[in-house]
Every structure is written in C-alpha cells, then in structure tokens.
Write a protein that binds this ligand. Structure first.
Ligand code: ATP
Length: 244
C-alpha cells in the first residue's frame, strides 16, 4: 500500500546523502520500527513518507499515486491519511486535551470553521471516544501544559487517530520519555495497530522496544538500508553493524 522507490535526499550545502537509494515496500497491517544511530536518516525518511520532506530523487507511492506529483490540496489530503506523532508532541500547550484532540479534524473541515473553533456535537463525541481510548477521559478539560510527557504523547496519539488515518507514523515518539512510560506508549501503539489494522511506522532508538513490538525492523546507516527483516533476525552482529 505504501512504497518508496529509489529515494535520495541531499540537503542544501550537504556533501553526503541523508538518504541513498532507499527502496521499501510497506504492507497493510505491518508494525515497522526504523532503527539507526543519530544522523542515519530516520527522521528524513519518515518526513519523506508524508511529504514533509521533498526528496532530491525518487518517489513515495501511496495507493498507486506518487505523493510528490500531487497538487497542494491533494497532498494535504494525503497528510490527513497519515497520522503522525513526534518526539516533542507538537501540541498547543495552553489549550485543553479536548481542544488539542479536536485539531486532528482540521484537515477535513472548511478553514473558516477551524478559525472559529466551531465543532459539532458529533465531532466532540468522536474526539471524546479517542480521548477515552488513550485513557485520558478524566483529564479532558485540563490544559495540555499541565500533563506529564507520557500523557502528552497520548493526547497526540488521540489527535492523530481522530484523522482516521490509513498510516500511522512516529518520529522518535518515546525519545523524551522514561523507559516505563515508553513501554506503555508502545503497548498503546500496538493495541491501536491491532484494533485498526493500521500500517504503523515508528523511528526509535531503543532496540529492545523495536524487537518487542515490531513485526518488521528496518535499519539505516549513513542513509542506506542495511537491514530489512524479521525482528528475530536482528542479531548482535546486525546490532554492531548498525550502531558501532
Ligand atoms: N534540515 C537539514 N539541513 C541539512 N542537513 C540536515 C537537515 N536535517 C537533517 N540533516 C542531516 O541529514 C542527516 C540525516 O539526519 P536525520 O535527522 O534524518 O537523522 P536521524 O537518524 O533522524 O537522527 P537522530 O536520531 O539524531 O534524530 C544528518 O547528517 C543530518 O545532519
């Protein structure tokens, strides 16, 4: 359903490729973790998948369409189909949990309604369902700035789900969290993945989490794919090749 062909990214003034000849075919229902040391190209790759980063060469094909050949409005729709969560949550701190989650609907509504923050009863009901799904119902009116990191990431997950995405992307979503909270966020991502059958693609630094939750691991080194296989085949030798 999502295919990356011959993807190359060279940032302006850079001498090396951030991504080099990356070819990957993602299937519906996979839970993929992307590993690689700092600077390997993980964020660049995830950002290419939803069109935030335009490649120097190559294509990202979602449901038979190269997203980089789409018009701006069509690309906006593609982004709605790709829910994304980030290391630093990208929430609006002074707004409540409910208000933040409702912004997940922005891509599907006329801009004027977004400007005035008008939401129907149905939209609020749906948002509440997502908030309940991430176990934050008792905090729904709290300002996001008053929440812990793990709770903030759960708000971001509920917001992404409200988009009703086909693909769920994460750019280091647990990098700012302690190990226990990180594990609980991955448990939540796994249960969402199972419930919705979403293709899930997450960048992560923690190999243990990747091996525990992924159905497929892809490792990058200096912008190249050097491993793409089942988690149990990610051996100590592969680990050394990726990180040392
Ligand atoms: N906006 C940019 N302009 C120039 N170079 C960039 C830019 N963003 C990333 N790079 C470079 O591209 C390469 C890949 O970076 P990227 O952020 O994709 O790696 P990463 O694996 O996500 O790293 P980290 O784990 O530290 O987040 C690095 O050499 C980085 O310095």
């Amino acid at each position: 359903m999502l295919q990356v062909k011959n993807l190359n990214v060279i940032y302006p003034k850079a001498t090396e490729n951030a991504l080099s000849d990356v070819n990957i075919h993602f299937q519906k229902g996979e839970f993929v973790c992307i590993l690689g040391k700092s600077g390997a190209g993980k964020s660049t790759f995830i950002r290419c998948l939803n069109g935030l980063q335009r490649p120097t060469e190559g294509s990202v094909i979602l449901n038979d369409k190269n997203i980089f050949q789409l018009k701006e409005e069509e690309l906006r729709q593609v982004r709605v189909e790709m829910g994304m969560i980030f290391q630093h949550f990208n929430l609006i701190p002074r707004l409540s949990v409910m208000q933040n989650v409702l912004t997940g609907m922005f891509g599907k509504r006329p801009p004027i309604k977004n400007l005035f923050g008008i939401f129907s009863k149905e939209e609020k009901h749906l948002a509440l369902k997502m908030i309940e799904g991430v176990d934050l119902a008792q905090h729904k009116h709290k300002r996001v700035e008053a929440l812990s990191g793990g709770q903030k990431q759960r708000v971001a997950i509920a917001r992404a789900l409200l988009q009703n995405p086909k693909v769920f992307l994460g750019d280091e979503p647990v990098a700012s969290l302690d190990p226990g909270t990180a594990n609980r966020i991955f448990q939540l991502l796994q249960s969402i993945h199972n419930d919705y059958g979403l293709l899930t693609i997450i960048n992560v630094h923690d190999v243990i989490l990747a091996k525990k939750y992924a159905t497929r691991i892809i490792a990058l080194r200096e912008g190249k794919v050097i491993f793409d296989d089942d988690p149990e085949k990610f051996t100590d030798e592969v680990y050394n090749e990726v990180y040392l």
